[in-house]
Design a protein around this ligand. Structure first.
Ligand code: FAD
Length: 576
């Protein structure tokens, strides 16, 4: 619909956007790039548009010194630079699909008014879940969603008397909050109901982050739920009571669907707004993007909720393009994400073992679990990178990957993410050409090695067990051979393991039993792989590599050894 002309500019459609941050602001900007004619009004119920949600926790540590620094663009700038009206403190309280109008409440003046639209885009996000836990009024409880929230929390905890803070929920937001509170000097507890934090990582991988939490003196409690609150106390189901001057509730988010429901829009099976592949809702003039919608998972082929900035921004661009008649290509999402926890970085994409089990996905898959140096070992900051890759059997199609280390894990997971998008296989990983210089990586990068190891496993070239199976091997008194050098063995080894260094293996073959399975390990699994291959070539068919080896075992066992006070299966750990 053309509406005539204003200030010499031909007037086009009137497009209204609900929500003025990630999805909303991006849609608005792209709409303007697509057309100078359309009138664009963006309503935001809070006082700020276009702030960096993802940087909010970093205000607590002072890495982002001022709360206002989090705001990337204000309403006058939107108007001047883009001729977009960004109305803050303005909540859309109802959508009237028959008249194609919205009701808006101005929270500054109390005024309510209506605004008509040709196209309406919903990007209201997701709100933190705060369950009605008994006694919740007895502790100061905070959530982290926007600049107002983080400013309020930061001002509260900076009071002299605040010493202890408990974060409830070990997802990305909870972990980042805990880390930044710790850096700020607080006594921090982190409580997670399931047996691990950061569920994009499998249990075997996430033990690295559990250890990092312990190393930095965060009281991490997993597998325990908050039962109730006392006066400045968090009381867990196990009976543990944590003194808490403040509580940050970060147990998850729920899509903001109340407007959509009121307007009679379809809600999907996940509880989020249903859209088609062009992000159009069940009403032809209403689109929806971001945390409020459900999206197609490109690997599970099911609808899912993905609360991440990247997908929200891509959907925003797609909607603005679709409204302007441009074709869009919605291939679904993989949920690629990254996190830094103190000196460690983690990144993941696609399926992990837990997700496959929880969702009951009917899929035969294999696992590559390798540890390699993230750059040439001579470089002073070279560090081990722990890498896990899932591939489909028998196709070798890549299903997902996780990487944790001190170096650039995102580079590796970005590569895998691209390979998955293009339906790549283990063979494709072998063939990839990542850029290389000693300060960045190794000439054959971990993603290439993942391809080599995976295709060996797929083709039954050798057999492996993972670090999470080693405790049972030790308890069953299986034969374990440590092929590291004696000086490495003497600093810490698996209880009962026999030390036959790779350099002496061929001279000590008589010590390797032929009548039972023999498990080999070294520091990371590379030397023991060589040992297994050598023995297989000599006719042994009873040899198995322990992937991840002593470094992986040390990380895998440590947190539970310490917190459960159980008997270690190693005489000492090695984390380097
Ligand atoms: P939002 O960006 O949340 O915007 C929705 C806005 O709509 C809100 O400001 C809300 O006030 C407004 N609104 C709601 N209802 C109405 C209404 N009726 N009228 C007017 N306005 C309304 N993602 C990553 O990928 N990486 C990260 O590292 C990362 N870190 C994060 C850290 C934190 C602390 C948080 C909170 C989120 C983080 N995210 C991260 C997630 C990411 O920010 C979201 O996925 C993304 O912002 C979703 O965009 P959205 O437009 O759907 O919602």
């Amino acid at each position: 619909m053309r509406l005539g002309s204003q200030n010499g500019v031909k007037m086009g459609r009137k497009i209204i956007i609900v929500g003025g941050v990630a999805g909303g602001a991006s849609t608005a900007a792209r709409l303007r790039r697509n057309s100078e004619e359309d009138q664009i009004i963006m309503f935001e119920k809070g006082p700020h548009v276009s702030f960096s949600n993802c940087s909010l926790p970093y205000h607590l540590s002072g890495i982002v010194p001022e709360a206002e620094d989090l705001v990337l663009m204000d309403s006058p700038t939107f108007l001047k630079q883009y001729r977009i009206e960004a109305r803050v403190n303005s909540e859309v309280i109802a959508i009237h699909t028959d008249s194609k109008t919205v009701s808006v409440k101005n929270h500054e003046t109390g005024e309510e008014y209506q605004e008509n639209y040709d196209k309406l885009i919903l990007s209201p996000g997701a709100s933190p879940i705060v369950p009605p836990i008994p006694g919740i009024e007895k502790v100061p409880v905070f959530t982290i969603r926007n600049v107002v929230d983080i400013d309020k929390l930061n001002k509260f905890i900076k009071k002299e008397e605040i010493k202890t803070v408990t974060v409830i929920g070990g997802g990305f937001i909870g972990v980042e909050a805990a880390e930044n509170l710790k850096i700020a000097g607080f006594d921090v507890s982190l409580v997670e109901a399931v047996d691990q934090i950061l569920r994009p990582f499998d249990y075997d991988m996430v033990q690295i982050f559990h250890k990092v939490m312990l190393d930095h003196d965060i009281h991490l409690i997993v597998g325990d739920k908050v039962k109730e609150f006392g006066n400045n106390q968090v009381i867990l189901a196990s009976g543990i009571t944590i003194q808490s001057d403040a509580v940050v509730m970060a147990i998850g988010v729920a899509p903001e669907t109340y407007l959509a429901k009121m307007a009679g829009l379809n809600i999907g099976e996940t509880g989020a707004i249903e859209t088609d592949h062009n992000y159009k809702t069940s009403n032809p003039d209403i689109y929806a993007v971001g945390d409020a919608i459900q999206v197609y998972h490109a690997l599970t082929h099911t609808m899912t909720k993905i609360s991440l900035a990247g997908p929200a921004l891509k959907q925003a661009r797609a909607v603005a393009d679709h409204i302007n008649g441009k074709s869009i290509n919605n291939k679904g999402y993989l949920g690629a994400s990254a996190i830094q926890v103190f000196e460690y970085n983690g990144a993941s994409v696609g399926l992990n073992e837990a997700l496959i089990k929880i969702q009951g996905i009917k899929l035969e898959y294999g696992v590559v679990r390798i540890i390699l140096s993230d750059k040439v070992g001579l470089m002073p900051d070279a560090a081990p990178m722990h890498f896990k890759l899932l591939y489909e059997i028998p196709s070798g199609r890549i299903l997902g990957a996780q990487a944790i280390g001190k170096g650039d894990v995102t580079k590796r997971i970005d590569v895998i993410s691209a390979v998955i998008k293009f339906h790549g296989t283990l063979e494709d990983l072998k063939d990839l050409e990542p850029c290389y210089a000693p300060t960045f990586s190794t000439a054959k990068d971990i993603v290439n090695y993942a391809g080599y190891v995976g295709s060996n496993l797929l083709n039954n070239v050798y057999k492996q067990v993972n670090v999470d199976q080693v405790r049972a091997l030790v308890e069953n008194k299986e034969v374990i051979v440590d092929v590291r050098e004696p000086y490495e063995y003497s600093k810490g080894h698996i209880v009962g393991a026999l030390n036959i260094p790779l350099s002496m293996l061929r001279d000590r073959l008589d010590e390797i039993p032929t009548d039972k399975t023999v498990y080999f390990h070294c520091r990371t699994g590379q030397r023991s792989y060589n040992a297994v291959m050598a023995l297989q070539n000599l006719g042994y068919n009873n040899v198995i590599n322990i992937t991840g080896s002593f470094l992986g075992i040390s990380f895998y066992e440590y947190y539970n050894d310490v917190t459960l006070k159980r008997q270690p299966i190693v005489t000492d750990y090695n984390f380097n």
